[in-house]
Design a protein around this ligand. Structure first.
Ligand code: EPZ
Length: 428
């Protein structure tokens, strides 16, 4: 396993280019199961999760080839296997995105239940509800969900749950409905840009989808989907992570290849903190006044503040001049980073799904452990600004969702090295 060794104190300056969105690329890759002919995907980031999804597609009879220019060429060669096995699914929860396309195209799917993860329970009851509404029979046996249908028939589906909309639940139902007979209307659909990007990809393949990116999505079933070429949208969470890095280190960054309209809630909160943000077309310039104001942050479904930036903004607010309040409405237990930040001198008090952050003058470098993708990003950010040296172990978590983050940070002036974890250095 690798770890990052970071010597804090450098101000980040310069220009960084954001990679393609992991959470747009994963469902789009799954959707290629339904395509007859070749798909070419551009801007797909080279991440552990993307490589994992390609491995799963290969086992499901889908050939994937990464070209020298970074394009991904994808074609279905065999439709026999419909089983997404536990040994792969348990490593990446997003494998659940395979359910909709397998059922939609092959009329059967066997997907291992993803189980929980560091950010909390990850139920898929709404996914199953949608599949059954379209006419599938479902059965849970030995940890696998079996779905089958003689045919799928469009209908009206309300997909809202106790925590609001479901992103991958919406993508699964949308994909299953594309090849169903008749019209499907998804009410209380997730509005995330990644859902909209999937809808755009499917329409490029000949689907008839409207309203994607809004709470009501209408899908008129078609017989087949043909190959197409698609450029994946930039990663809004990576963009937000670099915006916070600039603010934390009192630096000055130009962030290229981003979509500011995907980050309005983040821009709003950071401006309240005192971060200076200029929008120009598809890039942002970010710098910060020395003094950071405390703020309230509550995570919500899009267009609200994204839960995937909750840990990162918590790191920033650890250094604000006063008390901030962070409330997590999507994954109420998503606070594994709190204890690790406290090891670096942060002062926080957790009360249920709310954390009161009492700003301190500085963080102190320490050995800390990554627990999930976004928590590890928050710890790297803390190391950039902490006094002294920070060692973040188990950085395989961060490699799942950030493309070469240490190289990008180094190019901006950060003192960060990736080294092999010394044996026995982190508790099992
Ligand atoms: C997607 O996960 C993202 N992953 C997550 O990003 C992101 O945090 C999350 O959406 C919320 O924005 C991908 O897109 C691959 P949900 P997803 O279904 O779809 C509850 C990252 O760091 N729920 O929108 O699994 C659920 O428990 C990852 O990149 C049900 O109750 O999230 C949660 O409380 C982490 N029943 C809420 O809904 C269901 O059937 C939102 O979950 C499904 C979800």
């Amino acid at each position: 396993m690798d770890c990052f060794v970071i010597n804090g104190g450098s101000r980040l300056k310069g220009t960084v280019t954001v990679s393609g969105s992991k959470n747009a690329a994963l469902p789009i890759l799954a959707a290629t199961i339904m395509v007859e002919g070749e798909t070419v995907l551009k801007g797909v980031p080279d991440l552990a999760d993307v490589r994992h999804m390609c491995l799963m597609l290969n086992r499901l009879g889908v050939e994937t080839k990464r070209e020298a220019n970074g394009d991904l060429r994808i074609v279905v060669v065999d439709e026999m296997n419909c089983h997404a096995e536990y040994d792969l699914v348990r490593q990446m929860r997003a494998s659940v995105c395979l359910m909709g396309p397998l059922l939609g195209k092959r009329k059967k799917a066997q997907v291992s239940m993803p189980g929980g993860c560091a950010i909390g329970d990850r139920p898929i009851n709404l996914h199953i509800l949608g599949m059954e509404a379209l006419g599938a029979e479902s059965e849970l046996t030995s940890g696998d969900i079996f779905l089958k249908a003689k045919k799928l028939t469009g209908c009206e589906i309300f997909l809202g749950g106790a925590f609001g909309s479901t992103v991958t639940g919406t993508t699964n139902v949308m994909m299953a409905a594309v090849l169903a007979e008749g019209r499907t209307v998804i009410e209380a659909a997730a509005c995330e840009p990644e859902v909209a990007d999937l809808g755009n990809f499917l329409n490029a393949c000949g689907a008839h989808i409207s309203g994607h990116g809004t709470p009501r999505i209408t899908i008129d079933g078609v017989k087949t989907l043909h190959g197409s070429e698609h450029v994946v949208i930039p990663d809004r969470i990576e963009t937000g992570t670099f915006m916070i890095a600039a603010a934390l280190t009192n630096g000055e960054l130009t962030i290229q290849n981003c979509r500011p309209e995907h980050l309005l809630a983040v821009i709003d909160r950071l401006r309240c903190v005192g971060v200076i943000i200029e929008r120009e077309g598809n890039h942002l310039t970010v710098s910060s006044a020395r003094r950071l104001e405390p703020v309230e942050v509550t995570t919500q479904p899009f267009p609200g503040f994204p839960t995937d930036l909750q840990a990162q903004i918590m790191t920033l607010l650890c250094l604000a001049d006063g008390n901030s309040v962070i409330t997590e409405k999507i994954f109420p237990d998503r606070f594994m980073h709190v204890a690790e930040l406290s090891r670096m001198g942060a002062q926080m008090r957790k009360e249920g799904s709310t954390v009161i952050v009492h700003g301190v003058k500085r963080l102190i470098g320490a050995p800390v452990m990554a627990s999930d993708l976004r928590a590890s990003a928050a710890l790297v950010l803390a190391g950039l600004v902490a006094k002294g040296q920070t060692r973040v172990s188990r950085v395989y978590h961060i490699d799942r969702g950030y493309e070469r983050i240490e190289e990008k940070l180094k190019s901006l002036g950060a003192d960060i090295q990736r080294i092999a974890e010394p044996p026995g250095s982190s508790p099992s």
